[in-house]
Design a protein around this ligand. Structure first.
Ligand code: FE2
Ligand code: FE2
Length: 453
C-alpha cells in the first residue's frame, strides 16, 4: 500500500514537496525493514493479485483502490515483479518512483532502460515475457469438463455419490486454477449459450462468473473452490421441478411459477440429504437457498429467519441474473443484451444487489461485456470479444468485426491516434430486434432466436 501511495503521489508532486518526501521516507523505511533479513523483497502481480514474496496480499474494500492502481501500473509497464534490494537509498527510491509514475510507457526502451538512465540499480525488474502467453487450450478444457459434469448431473448422477463428489471437486478446482492463472480467458467463454440445454451452460457460466467475482474480491483459493461448487449447484433444484413446467414452451401461469419457485428450497433439501455434510456442502446449501433472495431480502423464498444474504449468496445472485438475462428464454419477449443487463445490475445496486459486488462485476466485464453487439464510429459492426485490458477505460473492450471488409479482425477500442481514440462504441445493438444490423447476415444470430429451457 505504501508503494502504491508513493507512486501515485509521485505522479502529482515533485521530489522537493513535503508530501512526496514523506511518502518516499515511509516506503524506504518499510523496504529497509523488509530487506533486513533476506537482503531483498519482491512485489509481484499475478492474476490481478498482489504478492509480497510468495504471500498473496489480501484486498479489502478500503484498500481496493490502491491495489487496483498498483495492478494497473504493473500491467501497463508489463512488469511481473519488482525486487527491492537492501541498501536502497532514499534518493534512489525517489528517482525510481518518478520513473514509474511519469515516464512514457509506450516508449520502446522500456522501464529497465529508464531505471538505468536514472542510476536506479537496487531495483530489479522482471517483465512479462512472451512465454506467459502460452495457454490457448486449457480454459476451453476446464469449461468443457464443467459442462460435461453438468450434463451428467442432469442425467441423474447425484451430487451425493462418491465418484460424482470427487469429479465435482476436480472440475471446480480446474476452473479455479484456470481463473487464477488467467482471469480474462474464461470471461469470453461465458457467452456460450445452449438453448436446448439451458441448465448446463447456465450452471457452468454462473460458476465461472462467480469465481471471477470472488477472485476480484481477494478470496483465498480454498474459498474460491467452495464458491465454485456452490455456484455450480445453485439451480440443482430445477432437476426436481415438474418437467412439464420446466420445459413448457411458453409463458408460465401463476401456479406454474409457484412450482418453479420451489427450486431453491428443493436444492437445499437435496443437498442436505446427500452425502456427509462438509463446510463446502453447507455453503452450497445456503447459496442454493439464497440465490433468488435479493440484497434487500425481497425475492423468494420469503423468510423471516434471515436478516441478510450471505456473501456467496450475493455473488451467485449477480452471476445468476447476469447469465439468465442475457439468455433468450421462452417466457421473456426478448433477452437483454449484456450491456443492458449490466445497466440493470448497476441501476439496482444497493437494492436488489450488493453495490460493492456490482461495482467489481462491472470492472470485470466492462461497460460493454463480451457478447455485446456494437456499432462503432465509422459504421463498423462487431461483437465484443474480451473485456477492456486492465488499465483501459471500462468502455474500451476488444471487438471482433462481423461485417465489412475486415470481418473477423479484432480491434482494441483503447487504440489511440493523434491523442484521440481510433474507434468508439456509438450504439449497442440487440440481435433480437430485427433490421437493426445494417450489412450483417441475421442468420449468424439464429441460435439466439430459439426458445427451449
Ligand atoms: Fe435459480
Ligand atoms: Fe440460475
Amino acid at each position: 500500500m505504501a508503494l502504491s501511495a508513493a507512486i501515485r503521489t509521485a505522479a502529482y508532486y515533485d521530489p522537493g514537496n513535503a508530501v512526496m518526501q514523506h511518502a518516499c521516507t515511509t516506503l524506504a523505511e518499510l523496504m529497509a525493514d523488509q530487506t533486513e533479513q533476506d537482503g531483498s523483497v519482491t512485489v509481484g502481480i499475478h492474476s490481478h493479485c498482489v504478492f509480497l514474496g510468495k504471500a498473496r496480499v489480501r484486498t479489502t474494500v478500503s484498500t481496493h483502490e490502491r491495489f487496483t492502481f498498483l495492478v494497473q501500473l504493473f500491467e501497463s509497464w508489463g512488469i511481473n515483479t519488482l525486487t527491492f534490494f537492501a541498501g536502497l537509498a532514499e534518493d534512489e527510491l525517489m528517482r525510481a518512483l518518478l520513473v514509474l509514475a511519469r515516464a512514457n510507457r509506450t516508449d520502446s526502451p522500456g522501464l529497465a532502460e529508464a531505471f538505468h538512465a536514472e542510476g536506479v540499480e537496487r531495483i530489479l525488474i522482471d517483465t512479462i515475457g512472451a512465454g506467459s502467453q502460452i495457454q490457448a487450450v486449457a480454459p476451453v478444457e476446464a469449461y468443457a469438463a464443467a459442462m460435461q459434469l453438468s450434463i451428467d448431473l442432469g442425467e441423474g448422477a447425484s451430487a451425493g455419490e462418491r465418484g460424482t463428489g470427487r469429479r465435482l471437486r476436480h472440475v471446480t478446482q480446474a476452473v479455479v486454477d484456470q481463473i487464477l492463472r488467467d482471469p480474462r480467458s474464461l470471461v469470453a467463454l461465458t457467452t456460450i449459450k445452449d438453448f436446448d440445454r439451458y441448465l448446463i451452460t447456465h450452471s457452468t457460466n454462473v460458476a465461472v462468473l462467480s469465481v471471477l467475482l470472488g477472485q476480484r474480491l481477494g478470496l483465498s483459493k480454498a474459498r474460491l473452490g467452495e464458491l465454485c461448487l456452490a455456484a455450480f449447484l445453485h439451480d440443482a433444484g430445477k432437476l426436481e421441478v415438474d418437467p412439464e413446467v420446466l420445459q413448457k414452451p411458453g409463458a408460465l401461469d401463476d401456479e406454474e411459477w409457484e412450482e418453479m419457485r420451489r427450486h431453491p428450497v428443493l436444492a437445499a433439501h437435496g443437498l442436505l440429504g446427500g452425502q456427509r455434510l462438509t463446510p463446502a456442502s453447507m455453503r452450497a446449501v445456503v447459496v442454493a437457498f439464497e440465490h433468488h433472495l435479493n440484497y434487500d431480502l425481497s425475492g423468494y423464498p420469503r423468510t423471516e429467519v434471515k436478516d441478510s444474504v450471505s456473501l456467496f449468496g450475493n455473488i451467485v445472485a449477480i452471476a445468476d441474473r447476469y447469465d439468465a438475462l442475457t439468455t433468450a428464454r421462452v417466457y421473456r419477449k426478448r433477452n437483454f443484451t449484456p450491456h443492458e443487463t449490466l445497466v440493470y445490475l448497476l441501476t439496482n445496486a444497493g437494492t436488489l444487489f450488493d453495490p460493492i459486488l456490482v461495482k467489481l462485476f462491472a470492472e470485470m466485464v466492462g461497460l460493454y461485456p463480451p457478447g455485446t453487439v456494437v456499432e462503432l464510429s465509422g459504421g463498423e459492426v462487431g461483437v465484443v470479444s474480451e473485456p477492456p485490458r486492465l488499465g483501459s477505460p471500462l468502455d474500451r473492450p476488444l471487438v471482433r468485426l462481423i461485417a465489412g471488409e475486415d470481418s473477423g479482425a479484432v480491434r482494441d477500442l483503447s487504440e489511440q491516434q493523434n491523442g484521440g481514440f481510433v474507434r468508439s462504441v456509438v450504439n449497442v445493438l440487440n440481435p433480437a430486434d430485427k433490421g437493426q444490423l445494417p450489412g450483417v447476415d441475421p442468420s449468424i444470430f439464429t441460435l439466439e432466436q430459439q426458445g427451449g429451457d
